[in-house]
Write a protein of this length. Structure first.
Length: 166
């Protein structure tokens, strides 16, 4: 049923309208949000403060999202001392199906589920996948639409880390 709404212009129009009025600008403190994980426990994004945070909006039906999973896993493994990665499943697929997907594709970073009323404290999504870099203080620094590589994320992290040390 959700898929039929997504395919209809109504869902897209409503989502676009919501997103246009929910964003923050780069460098602003990110509004705290809490979303459920795959076990149903609410997770507060503030728990990730102190390290760089990569927030990746994705969906199981999104080919480019699936293609970037190994890159996000690799980045998370290589930069685990400096950064965390979280994925936000931007779909209304039953949690059991998402759990199976996570296992099948060996996703090694935490997955959160979009709530009944999407709370997007980041700039409006312009497509999937969308990946955001947040500073250790929780400031939104950069957005990337489309699949991202571990190398691109490492370059961004190094760039912003250098900027923040100057």
């Amino acid at each position: 049923m959700i898929l039929s709404y997504i395919k209809s212009g109504l869902f897209s129009s409503l989502l676009l309208g919501f997103l246009l009025f929910s964003g923050v600008s780069a460098g602003q403190e990110v509004v705290n949000f809490r979303l459920p994980d795959l076990q149903g426990q609410l997770q507060d994004i503030a728990q990730y403060r102190g390290k760089w945070l990569v927030v990746n909006f994705w969906a199981t039906w999104c080919g480019p999202c699936v293609a970037e999973i190994p890159e996000l896993n690799a980045f998370g493994a290589r930069r685990k001392q400096q950064a965390n990665v979280i994925g936000i499943a931007f779909e209304k697929t039953p949690v059991g199906e998402i759990r199976r997907f996570v296992e099948e594709f060996n996703i090694t970073y935490p997955i959160l589920l979009i709530g009944e009323e999407p709370l997007l404290p980041l700039e409006p999504l312009k497509g999937l996948p969308s990946t955001f870099l947040l500073s250790p203080r929780g400031e939104y620094l950069h957005a990337h639409v489309g699949p991202v590589t571990a190398g691109q994320l490492e370059q961004l992290l190094d760039q912003f880390a250098d900027d923040s040390s100057n």
